[in-house]
Ligand binder design. Sequence first.
Ligand SMILES: Nc1ncnc2c1ncn2[C@@H]1O[C@H](COP(=O)(O)OP(=O)(O)O)[C@@H](O)[C@H]1O
Ligand SMILES: [Mg+2]
Length: 246
Amino acid sequence: MAKTYCFINEKGGVGKTTSAGNVGAALSRLGKRVLLIDADPAARLTTWTQTGNGPTLADVWAGKTTAKDAIKQTAFCDVLPGDRNMALELVGANFDILRLRELLLPLKKNYDYIVIDTAPSLSLLNAAALYASTDVMIVTKPEKFSIDGIGEFYETFMAAKAGDNKKLNITGVILCDVGGRTNNAMINKEMIAETAKALNVPLFRVREDTKLGECQTAEQCLYDYAPQSKGAADYMEIAERIINKP
Ligand SMILES: Nc1ncnc2c1ncn2[C@@H]1O[C@H](COP(=O)(O)OP(=O)(O)O)[C@@H](O)[C@H]1O
Ligand SMILES: [Mg+2]
């Protein structure tokens, strides 16, 4: 049965999509069966993986098609794409917070890992992602607002735990160390290290690497585009830690 990892921070631009896509691809390169899910209406992961030309999670959610029909095989791993309709259709009075969990249930036997990329907002969709997950990976850059985003996430996390996902577990904090050499960034990195310590989880550092942005522009998997890059090595290490986690 797949472990389901939700990559989250209520702030945008912190490296969630970069981390979800690369960890998913790295797990796949290590021989695991992986499904990446784009649960962000901005659908950057969908663009990056070139999976935006068919049914999406929004269609599956609305019952118009099955997850099996929407999932695409890519150079990264299997991908369930998203689109902006997830914002338009899913958020309404009838929003069912357990729907994603129900949709994933029949898929779990087909995968070792399901990796969910989420939106940078305090949305019901993110709450649904937390209800559907077994594990959370917090993603941050060394910036004040990213750290604030961790605090905001924590409230949603506790709500999901108090709801009916009591076993939900925080696996670690990924620090995308962009612009990390300034004094301000150093102070923020201290705070992030303290946060990881307080949560009693490991802190994974991903070094600044232009290849990470380049492979997104090229709409390619990093492990094809720049397999020898620092980013490829750092994300591979995170994937190994996920696999070896007791
Ligand atoms: N370690 C890194 N080195 C260089 N650029 C990075 C790194 N991590 C993320 N980025 C860049 O930061 C930007 C925001 O990342 P993204 O994953 O889209 O954030 P989010 O999904 O949280 O909005 C992207 O342009 C991405 O390429
Ligand atoms: Mg994103």
